[in-house]
Design a protein around this ligand. Structure first.
Ligand SMILES: C[S@@+](CC[C@H](N)C(=O)[O-])C[C@H]1O[C@@H](n2cnc3c(N)ncnc32)[C@H](O)[C@@H]1O
Length: 253
């Protein structure tokens, strides 16, 4: 299993992760039943807006208008990606003239998505938590290979990934590197419930939020898991991150 940008420490951690990742691989590895089993699937913009409301910088405008207004100079040329979702309903919620191209990247394409349902939208099969999947995603972007707005809301799909600062850094950094200057992402962490690194992760995010000298915009918040639409304890961190002029190539650790 190869992760890009792995440091020596991360390689050491692989020992602990291997078990989790191997079991996840067995599940995701070509098992179509899993892709048909998700409760939440191809949800629309309104659903994403509620989920990311706490970190949306302009709560009054809401997610749709915040994105369209902030990226107004990209109108008609914007590229959007949903990592871990078909993204069809999500991107259809935006102004039809806003995007030039949108992509949903998932582990397996459901049969009902085999036809082209929207000429601007492509659904690809790519494990975006691995180097090869990220390369596939990058290749499908075309143009300069950069993204204006990226979402990663895998819900249960990301639940069992390692809840360590190193892993979250690697996950966010790989997505961050896809962003154009001025581009932004809304992302969800793995399940941090009861994890000893939860505080370290929150500290790292606080640090990024407070010390990025104006080249990064970041907001993060805890999010409860929803069981039958009833909020339970805080489980995930949700993160809004924008890359501005002068931002570093890699996210500071
Ligand atoms: C619960 S569904 C969420 C779908 C969508 N984001 C939404 O909110 O409606 C989880 C999705 O995550 C995708 N997924 C899980 N691990 C992934 C990975 N490593 N790379 C890409 N997609 C992944 C699955 O294929 C599945 O489509």
């Amino acid at each position: 299993m190869v992760y890009i940008n792995m440091s020596g420490d991360q390689i050491k951690l692989m020992g602990n992760w291997r078990k989790i990742l191997n079991s996840r691989d067995r599940i995701s590895g070509r098992n179509r039943d899993l892709e048909y089993s998700w409760d939440a699937y191809d949800k629309g913009l309104q659903d994403y807006s509620i989920f990311f409301e706490k970190v949306c910088p302009d709560k009054k405008a809401g997610l749709k208008l915040f994105v369209e207004n902030t990226l107004s100079d990209r109108r008609g040329q914007a590229v959007g990606v949903d990592v871990g979702g078909p993204g069809l309903m999500l991107f259809q919620g935006f102004d039809p003239n806003f995007f030039y191209k949108t992509i949903g990247a998932i582990l397996l394409k459901r049969y009902e998505y085999s036809e082209i349902l929207d000429e601007k939208h492509t659904i690809i099969e790519a494990d975006c938590l691995k180097a090869r999947g990220l390369r596939r995603l990058k290749n499908s972007l075309g143009g300069d290979g950069k993204v204006d707005i990226l979402f990663e809301r895998m819900l249960g799909g990301i639940k069992n990934y390692p809840a360590s600062p190193e892993y979250l850094w690697s996950l966010l950094n790989n997505l961050y590197k896809l962003l154009r200057t001025g581009g932004m992402m809304f992302a969800q962490s793995p399940d941090l419930r009861g994890k000893e690194d939860k505080q370290n992760i929150q500290n790292w995010l606080d640090n990024l939020q407070n010390n990025s000298c104006g080249s990064l915009e970041l907001k993060h918040a805890s999010m409860p898991s929803m069981v039958h639409n009833v909020p339970k304890e805080d489980v995930y961190e949700i993160i809004y991150l924008r890359k501005l002029e002068g931002a570093p190539d890699d996210l500071p650790r």
